[in-house]
Design a protein around this ligand. Structure first.
Ligand SMILES: CC(C)(COP(=O)(O)OP(=O)(O)OC[C@H]1O[C@@H](n2cnc3c(N)ncnc32)[C@H](O)[C@@H]1OP(=O)(O)O)[C@@H](O)C(=O)NCCC(=O)NCCS
Length: 135
């Protein structure tokens, strides 16, 4: 059974394997842990001790929140885990004026089912820093 939690004081990087699937320059498990620990909020989906999905948000805590990352391990996709993680995060962020994220076109329907609307986004991506390592 999948458990959902944000009580993760003892979370270890070894529990965070297989994520950033297909990324050319992914963060290490240690960087992944640091990303979560430095986030405003995050939730994990756990199968036993193994993290099989996660979501994080960054925020000013008052007005705006941004959801940079949501991922479910490939073998766990299509089982409602991504939806549940989004529902938990949207509940946590309830009351913010602005809750934004950027996604590929093929994921738009997934987010529309959760009540999000399509906007136009602008951004920059520094591929040298995709792994989160400062040079
Ligand atoms: C996108 C992602 C998080 C969805 O998680 P998931 O656990 O597979 O999705 P769920 O099983 O919770 O699906 C919830 C609903 O969305 C639908 N859905 C899921 N992925 C979809 C997609 N790519 N396109 C359209 N609909 C999708 C499901 O059919 C389901 O519909 P239903 O509630 O009507 O049955 C997951 O596929 C993933 O991690 N992908 C790789 C990383 C990624 O793209 N993350 C998003 C970054 S913006």
């Amino acid at each position: 059974m999948i458990k959902y939690t944000n009580e993760t004081a003892d979370l270890k990087s070894e529990q965070l394997t297989g994520f950033f699937f297909g990324w050319p320059n992914p963060p290490s498990a240690q960087k992944h842990l640091e990303i979560l620990q430095n986030s405003y909020k995050y939730f994990l989906a756990l199968d036993g001790a193994e993290v099989v999905g996660f979501i994080n948000a960054i925020s000013d805590g008052i007005h705006s929140a941004y959801i940079p990352l949501l991922e479910v391990l490939p073998e766990y996709q299509g089982k409602g885990i991504g939806r549940k993680l989004m529902e938990l995060m949207l509940k946590e962020l309830y009351g913010f004026y602005m809750i934004d994220l950027v996604c590929d076109d093929k994921i738009v329907k997934f987010y529309e089912k959760l009540g999000l609307h399509r906007f136009t986004a602008m951004g920059l991506r520094n591929m040298d820093r995709q792994n989160g390592v400062k040079k």
